[in-house]
Every structure is written in C-alpha cells, then in structure tokens.
Design a protein around this ligand. Structure first.
Ligand code: PNS
Length: 162
C-alpha cells in the first residue's frame, strides 16, 4: 500500500490544498494530511482547530487520513511507513523554499521522495496568508476556502476586532 504525507501549516486549509489532496488521492492508496505543530510561524488556529477544519472538509472521503506531527518531517514519514512527501507548487516564487526543503529532506532520508504537484489554475493566487489578510480586512473568501473555514475565519477576526 503506497502512502504519502502531505505536510503543511494549513493555517487554514484552502481550496488550493484540497485540489492537491484530490489529485494525489488518485495516485496514492493513502494520503496523510499532516499538520505541523512545531513550526516557527505564529498561527491563527491551533493544531486541533486546523485538523478539525481538514477533517470536516474531507468528511466521507476514503484514503485520506488527518494527523499532526512535531519534529522532523522525514522521521514522521518513516514512522507512518510513507515513502513520499507531497507539496503543491503555485508559482516560481514557491520554488526556492521548496527546493531547499526537498533537498534537505533527501539528505536526511534518501528513501523518502518529495513529489511536487502543480496547484490547479484556479488556485494560483490563493494562500493561507492571503485569505487571512482578506478576511481580517473585511473581505470575502467564499469559494477560495471550504465553508467551515470561511465561517471560522470570520468568527476569529470579528472576535479580534472587538
Ligand atoms: O505549509 P508550510 O508552512 O509551507 O509547511 C512547511 C512544513 C511544515 C512542511 C515544513 O516547515 C516542515 O517540514 N517542518 C518540519 C520540520 C522539518 O522536518 N524540517 C526539515 C526540512 S527543512
């Protein structure tokens, strides 16, 4: 059974992430969407909230597991017996960071292979960062994130504004 890890901050999940998950789920038997707990970035949502939003968006889907990890990604991949790491690429600007990360992971664990998936053409401009900014400034991100994410973003920023 071929399992792949799709790691990320997912703060929050966007329809761009879902597009990557959907396409990879047609290739791998199991896609483990893994929320990173120990990243340096300050996050808007807790790991549990991020996992809940992913679970909700993926409800009823087979072959998708939602999990969280701390520590090195390649160690986590080995612990899950996954030989593949999946990353979405939106634009050339993503490449530098992804290239560094993929090569570092390969140095750490040559048996775990990173696969890049081009994000669907409707999602090139969508990132967790931009959707947070739009909602914080009162705009709508409907259609760019799952409905549950859109609702939680509105709730979070209306509370912050008070
Ligand atoms: O969604 P993001 O923030 O681009 O995801 C980055 C993530 C979580 C995949 C990356 O920071 C990561 O793999 N963190 C785990 C720590 C690790 O293994 N670092 C070594 C590779 S550079």
């Amino acid at each position: 059974m071929a399992s792949a890890i799709y790691p990320g901050s997912f703060d929050p999940l966007t329809n761009g992430h879902i597009d990557v998950i959907n396409r990879c789920a047609t290739v791998f038997d199991k896609v483990i969407v893994a929320v990173a707990g120990n990243i340096k970035k300050t996050s808007l949502f807790t790991v549990e909230e991020r996992m809940e939003m992913i679970r909700e968006a993926m409800a009823g889907r087979t072959g998708i597991e939602v999990d969280a990890f701390d520590g090195l990604l390649v160690e986590y991949a080995k612990s899950k017996k996954a030989g593949a790491i999946l990353r979405g690429l939106r634009a050339v600007s993503d490449f530098d960071y992804e290239f560094q990360m993929a090569n570092m992971n390969r140095k750490l664990e040559p048996d775990v292979v990173t696969f890049f998936v081009m994000t669907g053409e409707g999602h090139f401009y969508v990132s967790s960062q931009t959707v947070k900014e739009v909602v914080a400034l009162g705009g709508s991100v409907d259609g760019l994130v799952p409905p549950g994410v859109s609702r939680r973003l509105r709730e979070r920023f209306s509370r912050k504004g008070k």
